[in-house]
Design a protein around this ligand. Structure first.
Ligand code: HEM
Length: 555
């Protein structure tokens, strides 16, 4: 096009950046928050940033998402080949990080049929109930002492995924440590992803070494899981097929060999389940509990509902006092609580995509192929234009079809609430996650009474380790210049997890920031107290559940 024509064509707001790093310095401590503020400041539902050398389209309102995705879902369904994601997915050989194409479709279909589709999720009920019972027992064992609910829920969630996807009950690997570190590496800022010619900084900073260590650890774990399954098949075990069995069948089937011909394909998909499946559900339960403890009225209401439903159903069964999956459809208020949790605390606040082909937006702006796209779910979920002036408040009732006066409430569509992403590339694990999150929460509410530790205010400021990465990079560079050596950057760094006091955080326990999963609640919240000091599973004399629920036959 002529320069005259170009000057006349519509354009998007482009906040001014700096040489070399572009707008990277504006990404800040919590990228979803700082990008939302930047979009608001520039009144830019769609804005174009330059992150390092990468043009990035940021989507910050439901209207912008609707206008963009309605006509261009396919063009927006690529994923960028980010450094850590590419390595951990064996060169994008999984669902989450695969480029749009035949392999992505086949892999996603296999996961849906073997593990994630609604019928399969229903069949996996027993495994979830077993893990929920184990969680109750673990909380109960603590009596009225404070419990680290965060760790317990994370362990439960990862056990559910590992058990049903991998048939794995082996506790030899410290799964939490591996997951935490892997998440932080995936969500971390890799200079290679933004300023490719400076990629050596990632080596200097120790990031590559850490990634390789985790990669090898995960690889050995997957190898063991695959070998176990092959042995099991040799011995004609009649155990039910899990995801690994299904993938091995595809692997051995000449019709699918071109897609699933090597072990790396299977391992790539196991990475999907391990990483995308465990933390997201756990973070949702942790945030829900955080908000419930902060909002005692909501807590009381949700608790009353679950106890009433169990009472109406004849109370707890003879196998123990817990909510079963069959009870979940009756827990309408609990589902509102979860929806509101996903609105205010989406486990993946920023969804990353890449355009696969050029297209024109509704306003006529030309978007080239290979533009990075960031959907800011947090900005969309807290837009006062859509969610009202109280958008920041935790109000499950806002999702009701009718308000307290019986008036029909505005129903929000799939562009105003996007915790599972948008369109053909959205999360395939939604049924799997919903089943686990509802069951775990229902049981935590049914079996225990909760409150924050006395004297400790519940903090909802998000915790995120890679807060000050610009500073880290600057310090690293300064250290190299000063001493010729890189020091200190991969050991400990100071983050500000809450309003009150800065904490020193071990760098390898940081929360995920930027990318696929999980900005978690502050560590301070994880110690919550079960004030009744009893639970459905423990059958202590002092149990008060029967008085409240009027039904707990067993006591
Ligand atoms: C509350 C729990 C969860 C949340 C909030 C969540 C959220 C998301 C989001 C936002 C995406 C990106 C979607 C997009 O690009 O539009 C995603 C993708 C994905 N999720 Fe989830 N997720 C959850 C649970 C799970 C579970 C339990 C699994 C599997 C066991 C899973 C597997 C995946 C996979 C494989 C993808 C990649 C999809 C693709 O690229 O085609 N997720 N998830």
């Amino acid at each position: 096009p002529s320069s005259k024509k170009r000057a006349a064509s519509p354009s998007l707001p482009r906040p001014r950046g700096l040489p070399l790093i572009g707008n990277l310095h504006q990404v800040g401590a919590l990228p979803h928050r700082s990008l939302a503020a930047l979009a608001a400041r520039h009144v830019a539902p769609l804005m174009l940033l330059r992150l390092g050398s990468v043009p990035t389209l940021v989507v910050s309102t439901a209207d912008a998402a609707r206008a963009l995705f309605r006509d261009n879902d396919r063009a927006l369904s690529g994923r960028p080949a980010l450094y850590a994601a590419t390595r951990l997915s064996y060169g994008q050989k999984n669902v989450s990080f695969a480029p749009d194409g035949a392999y992505w479709r086949a892999a996603r279909r296999a996961c849906m049929s073997a593990l994630l589709g609604a019928p399969r999720v229903r069949e996996l009920r027993d495994a979830r109930e077993r893990e929920a019972a184990a969680l109750i027992a673990a909380v109960a064992a603590a009596g009225a002492s404070p419990v680290n609910l965060s760790d317990m829920v994370a362990a439960t969630s990862s056990r559910i995924v590992r058990h049903v996807a991998f048939g794995d009950g082996d506790e030899s690997m410290d799964v939490k440590a591996v997951l935490d570190e892997t998440q932080s590496l995936l969500g971390g800022l890799w200079v290679a992803d933004y300023v490719p010619w400076l990629r050596w900084v990632d080596t200097l900073s120790g990031m590559r070494r850490r990634l390789e260590r985790r990669f090898r650890q995960l690889d050995a774990f997957y190898e063991r899981v695959i070998d176990d399954h092959i042995n099991k098949r040799k011995h004609a075990s009649d155990e039910e097929d899990d995801l690994v069995d299904v993938l091995l069948r595809l692997h051995g089937d000449p019709a699918h060999r071109s897609m699933f011909g090597s072990r790396t394909h299977i391992k790539g998909i196991l990475t999907d389940m391990f990483i995308a499946g465990s933390d997201t559900s756990a973070v949702t339960v942790q945030w829900a509990m955080t908000e419930l403890v902060r909002n005692p009225d909501v807590l009381a209401k949700a608790q009353h509902e679950v106890r009433r439903v169990i009472a109406a159903g004849g109370g707890v069964d003879k196998d123990g006092a817990m909510v079963r999956e069959a009870d979940l459809p009756e827990l309408h208020y609990l589902r509102l609580v979860i929806k509101e949790t996903l609105r205010l605390h989406p486990a993946s606040p920023l969804v990353q995509r890449e355009t696969t082909e050029p297209f024109r937006t509704a306003h006529g702006v030309e978007i080239p192929a290979r533009t990075r796209v960031v959907i800011n779910a947090m900005a969309i979920h807290t837009d006062p234009g859509v969610w009202g002036p109280n958008a920041e408040r935790f109000l499950p009732e806002r999702h009701r079809a009718h308000d307290a006066d019986g008036q029909q409430q505005h129903e929000h569509d799939g562009f105003a609430l996007v915790p599972f992403g948008i369109g053909r590339r959205s999360c395939p694990g939604v049924h799997f996650a919903a089943a686990a999150v509802e069951l775990l929460l229902a049981n935590l509410l049914f079996c225990f009474d909760w409150r924050a530790l006395p004297g400790r205010e519940v903090d909802v400021e998000e915790e995120n380790g890679l807060v000050d990465w610009v500073k880290t990079v600057q310090e690293a560079a300064a250290s190299v210049v000063r001493t010729g050596r890189l020091r200190g950057t991969d050991k400990r760094m100071v983050v500000r997890p809450g309003r009150r006091s800065p904490l020193v955080f071990p760098y390898d326990r940081i929360w995920m920031a930027w990318g696929s999963a999980g900005v978690g609640p502050p560590e301070a919240n994880i110690n919550v107290q079960n004030t009744a000091g009893v639970c459905g599973g423990c059958m202590r004399d002092a149990c008060t559940l029967d008085r409240r629920a009027g039904s707990a036959k067993r006591w």
